[in-house]
Design a protein around this ligand. Sequence first.
Ligand SMILES: [Mn+2]
Length: 202
Amino acid sequence: MNILLSCAGGDHTITYPILQAVAEKHGPVGLVHVDAHTDTGDTALGEKIYHGTPFRRCVEEGLLDCTRVVQIGIRGSSYSPDPYKYCRDQGFRMVLADDVWFKSLVPLMAEVRQQMGEKPVYISFDIDGLDPSFAPGTGTPEIAGLTPSQALEIIRGCAGLNVVGCDLVEVAPIYDLSGNTALTAANLLFEMLCTLPGVESV
Ligand SMILES: [Mn+2]
């Protein structure tokens, strides 16, 4: 039986144990990762398990098929002069927010579908990938991010892929004074559920 998995966060750390379970069933998976940050730090505040480190832990444990990883919406401040080196060294495709400002992501997603092929794919959507004018209710906002319509182009562009699970993370209700972040997140998670193969029969 195929178990369809979707999770809501919360701290992006949750993707690490989720991908441990996913990889146990499917082997190393492709990843469509939408985020302002790469989340591939080694440690933070002396800790290995942190919301800025999950994908480095996943790489170290062989949970990802690194040539089938794309990170979209990456931007913002950094402590390193070359903050994306680790990701490129792993073979990730990096799509910086600057690269897609004011653009449709339909052509990008055609390339992503080629990259992912027919093998299992996981979608991890950090709400801070969106611009904080649309989704301010998050702990590490970064200006000049993706729009909701670009988010839909990404998610709908995953239709037809062998999506084995998804998450929507980093919504922080305490900062979501209008409730719009939760509304947007719920819609994005619904859209992701619609990409899961066979979801109409669940
Ligand atoms: Mn994140």
